[in-house]
Design a protein around this ligand. Sequence first.
Ligand SMILES: Cc1cc2nc3c(=O)[nH]c(=O)nc-3n(C[C@H](O)[C@H](O)[C@H](O)COP(=O)(O)O)c2cc1C
Length: 194
Amino acid sequence: MKKRQLGPCVTFFPQPTTLVSTVSSEGLVDIMTASWAGIVSKTPPTIAVSLNKNRKTYENICQTGNFVVNMVPASLAVEADYCGLRSGRDDDKLMVTGLSTAPAHEVEAPLIEECPLNVECRRVQELELGEYRLVLGEIVQIHAADEAFGENGQIDTRTFDPLVYLGGIREYWNLGNKSADAYRDGKKLFPSEE
Ligand SMILES: Cc1cc2nc3c(=O)[nH]c(=O)nc-3n(C[C@H](O)[C@H](O)[C@H](O)COP(=O)(O)O)c2cc1C
C-alpha cells in the first residue's frame, strides 16, 4: 500500500460524536460537542474527554467536578454541529437546538433526553496537554434507552445509531454495516493457526 505522510497532526478515524453536558456553579446548563472522548479503564470504569482549557464546559467542570457524556445519534448531526461551533458563554444552546434535559441520578450535570446513552461522570484526574486538559471521569451511572434492548437483553446498536465524526475531513457519518463479532477466542481464524 503506497502511503502519504501527513506529519504531526490529529487525523484519525473514526471519532465518536458526544455532547458533554455540564452545569455552572450558578446553575446554568451548557452542552458542547466533543469527539476527543473515549473509555480508558474498566476497573474503575473511566472515560476521558480532552477539552480546550478555554471552553465554558471546562470551566463548569472545574466548578462542580462532574459532567455527563451523551452519545449523539445520527439524527442529531445538525444539533451536534451547532453545539461544537457556539460557546455557552454567548448562546443558550439548549434553547436554540430544542434539546431537552433530565436530571442525572448521581451528579449535578443533567442528561440530554434525546441522546439514547448518557454517562454520568465524576472528575477524578486531569492531565495538562498544551492548551488542552485531558479530564478523566469515573463513570458513576449509565442510562441506556430501554427500546435498544432486544428480547435476549442484548443492545441493538441500530437503535443507538451513533454519529461518527471524521475529524480530518470534517464529516459526520453513521455506523454502516456490522463486519464481524469480536473476541472470537477458540475459533480458528487463520489457516496458519495450529
Ligand atoms: C465535531 C466536533 C468535535 C469537537 N470536539 C472537541 C473536543 O473533543 N474538545 C474540545 O475542546 N473542543 C471540541 N470541539 C469544539 C467545541 O465543541 C466548541 O469550541 C464549543 O463551542 C465549546 O462550547 P462551550 O464553550 O460552551 O464549552 C468540537 C467541535 C466539533 C464541531
